[in-house]
Design a protein. Structure first.
Length: 748
């Protein structure tokens, strides 16, 4: 599925817009991403542009006639970086090429630095007469000669970045690194020519090796934090077994599947595309979309999601969506967008990083001047200034927030919680009040029959058979519940009437004349002159007092009885509400259902506050009132089914939609829950707060590193070699602290 450029409709007068994704190469710091983002935003026709340093990806929204991805690629390349269209099916290729190039340079730098270090050790041990003068001079010049390719070809990415920035009259963070390496190399040459006692040739080569090593390890750790999209795409099978019209099968690429094709999935294989089971039954491993490891049984008529796995039985599936437009593709696109958009705290850190290079140069120049005035030798001045240039690189500051955000978003996706952006993650951490819809959110959204209230002389099977005949092939939830109960009871439907008319809000009228069938409310029966009395009326009233819904059934002017049904709570509803309370999040049930049903659901779930008969507009007003009453920093969350609750989702600080991955819900909410469990709500809040703690820890570590390391380097305590080690370790510590979120587990 290509995500490089997807056209989307725009409701503004400006017309249609398109969304373009780019994979960026050559980014070495947050300042690089800031420069590209600024240039993209200032380009003609661009409405929105976001660049993420951690993922090296850009997302640009621009007018449909603004030139598209080709113009944006040319713009980025004009800045001295490289860019390729972002494609979910080929997203790893630019990264792999960049990783291979970095690995080759690292290995060469390791070879050179290792040999220079051996020579330096030999020179050190031979200082007291173990080596004659000619041999000592030869070894020194050999060490310098080996340091030159390390400081030039191995450090070429730094040189390119620095020169590219200078051509644009900008000071990138590559400038201090290049100045530090070149200063160390010059100091090595000067020390060798002057035949000073100490060896300096190892400084330049080891500095380059350590910086490359740190960035390679950092890239590997960063890939763990941002690999959610890649892991999702890798799950998709490449081929499928398609059944031909004559009953034979053929093996075809998944990209060739079309809506209506029937594919055969053997036990243990992954389902190639979204669809519906038309033959067979199997246990399906749906951990991809639900986060639950226990397989669930799916039979004929059940919906299945592409890339989930059939565990035991062989099944046949009718394709309902091609691979490029299915649930997996939509989730991957959502995660990609979430990883690109940044929270406010990251934007602040990025702005600090962009002004850091000039500050570093001023600090190095001040250090050099101070040591010169103190009477230090030229070599000592150069090495001290080089140490300041190297140690002050704010890579750790630039990584502090995005690494934690990416790790949290990736971990949440594995739990069935999809954050649309880092900002949504940030807001979710401040959740203090949750407004919860009932049907499809607190409940499973699929009613089940709880009681058959049959009139005297009428069997339960007859009641169900009559209801089945009236409902026909209706997809209404009540009709589906009746169909399930009829199958359990072995009830067969009566011959279906030729005419069927729906009465919105009341029920169904099937057939004409004396044999007319009615299924619906008591009001529907009254409209047709059918009375409900006796034991049916009494038992139906008792069911209504419990909060059950009722569907009355009549035939030929006589009430045959009523079918009581209830939409059951999600299995983990009560534990989830209790967890939210322990997290300090108050829960209020806000539903359009009648009072008894709402009271029954809220009581069973342990929710103390509830409101019934609330219209969609009323839900919006409830959200606004809650936000007005909230204290500063507190966030109001609304969780609903994502369709009729769309306005309330948009009005809340954080909108959470429970859905099966439809396009509507993926765009209506800040967070989409694909897991069929209410426990995903406290998971989202708790994980968001854990991510916030990691971000604060990382920012503290980064600032502490600079506060300690820069003065030590300026004082001469940290030499260039130690500065390179400290800089690499700071980035690794911050990234390592962030990826701890990948092992996060909710507290039950």
């Amino acid at each position: 599925m290509s995500a490089a450029a997807s056209a989307v409709a725009a409701g503004s007068a400006a017309g249609a817009v398109q969304e373009v994704g780019l994979f960026l190469e050559g980014l070495r710091c947050a300042g690089c991403s800031g420069r590209i983002e600024k240039a993209l935003r200032e380009a003609a026709g661009v409405r929105e542009a976001t660049v993420n340093f951690t993922t090296h990806r850009a997302r640009v929204v621009l007018d449909a006639d603004a030139g598209g991805e080709a113009a944006l690629v040319a713009l980025v390349r004009g800045l001295g970086y490289d860019a390729t269209p972002y494609d979910l099916e080929r997203l790893d290729r630019p990264a792999e090429r960049q990783a291979r190039d970095a690995l080759v340079r690292l290995l060469v730098a390791a070879f050179l630095a290792g040999n220079v270090m051996l020579i330096s050790v030999a020179l050190y041990l031979g200082t007291d007469g173990g080596l004659d003068d000619a041999t000592r001079r030869g070894l020194r010049w050999l060490a310098v000669a080996l340091s030159v390719p390390a400081a030039t070809w191995c450090a070429l990415p730094f040189w390119r970045g620095a020169l590219s920035g200078l051509r644009r009259r900008e000071l990138t963070l590559d400038v201090p690194v290049v100045l530090g390496v070149s200063t160390a190399l010059v100091a090595s040459v000067v020390g060798t020519v002057a035949e000073t006692r100490h060896v300096f040739a190892d400084s330049a080569s080891m500095i380059v090796f350590l910086i490359l090593l740190g960035r390679t390890l950092e890239r590997s750790a960063r890939a763990r934090a941002t690999g959610a999209v890649e892991r999702l795409v890798a799950l998709a099978p490449e081929h499928a077994v398609r059944r031909r019209g004559d009953g034979t099968c053929e093996r075809v690429p998944v990209s060739e599947l079309r809506v209506g094709d029937v594919v055969v999935v053997a036990p243990g294989e992954r389902i190639p595309a979204d669809g519906r089971i038309v033959a067979g039954e199997s246990e399906i491993d749906e951990a991809l979309v639900t986060g639950e490891s226990v397989p669930v049984v799916r039979g004929v008529g059940a919906r299945v999601v592409g890339a989930t796995r059939s565990v035991f039985g062989e099944i046949e599936i009718e394709v309902r969506a091609p691979a490029g437009a299915g649930t997996l593709a939509r989730i991957a696109a959502l995660l990609e967008r979430a990883q690109t958009e940044r929270p406010h705290v990251q934007r602040l850190a990025d702005r600090v990083s962009t002004v850091f290079a000039p500050t570093v140069l001023v600090a190095a120049a001040g250090t050099a001047l101070g040591w010169t005035l103190a009477g230090a030798s030229a070599v000592d001045v150069a090495l001290t200034a080089a140490a300041v240039l190297i140690v002050a690189c704010p890579c750790a500051l630039g990584l502090a927030t995005p690494a934690a955000v990416m790790a949290a978003i990736g971990r949440a996706a594995r739990l069935g919680v999809l954050f649309r952006s880092g900002e949504a993650l940030e807001r979710c951490a401040g959740a203090a009040q949750l407004l919860l819809d009932k049907t499809g959110t607190l409940t499973v959204g699929r009613p089940r029959v709880t009681e058959l209230v049959a009139a005297p002389g009428v069997e339960g099977k007859t009641l169900l058979a009559t209801a089945l005949a009236a409902e026909g092939a209706s997809t209404h939830p009540v009709a589906q519940a009746i169909r399930v109960r009829a199958a359990e009871e072995g009830a067969l439907p009566l011959p279906e009437p030729a005419v069927r008319r729906a009465r919105p809000g009341r029920g169904v009228v099937a057939g004409d004349g004396p044999e007319t069938l009615l299924v619906g409310s008591k009001k529907l029966l009254a409209d047709h002159g059918v009375a409900v009395s006796g034991i049916v009326a009494e038992r139906a009233a008792a069911a209504a007092r419990r909060g059950d819904g009722l569907a009355f059934v009549a035939r030929a002017g006589r009430c045959l009885g009523a079918i009581a049904f209830v939409d059951p709570l999600r299995d983990d509803a009560a534990p989830a509400v209790a967890r939210l309370a322990r997290l300090g999040v108050g829960t209020t049930l806000v539903s359009g259902d009648h009072l008894r049903a709402v009271l029954r659901a809220s009581g069973a779930a342990g929710i103390e506050r509830c409101a019934a008969d609330v219209s969609p507009e009323g839900k919006v007003e409830t959200v606004r009132a809650a936000r007005a009453a909230a204290r500063e920093g507190q966030r109001v969350v609304f969780a609903g089914d994502g369709l009729n609750d769309a306005a309330a989702l948009a009005a809340a600080d954080v909108g959470i939609a429970f859905a099966e991955g439809s396009d509507v819900t993926l765009h209506a909410a800040d967070v989409v829950v694909t897991a069929p469990r209410l426990g995903a709500l406290p998971d989202a809040v708790e994980l968001a707060r854990s991510a916030g703690r990691r971000i604060r820890e990382n920012l503290g570590l980064a600032l502490l590193y600079n506060a300690v390391a820069v003065p030590l380097a300026a004082a001469g305590v940290l030499r260039p070699l130690g500065a390179a080690i400290a800089m690499s370790l700071s980035s690794l510590v911050v990234t390592g602290n962030a990826i701890r979120l990948l092992r996060w587990r909710p507290r039950r």
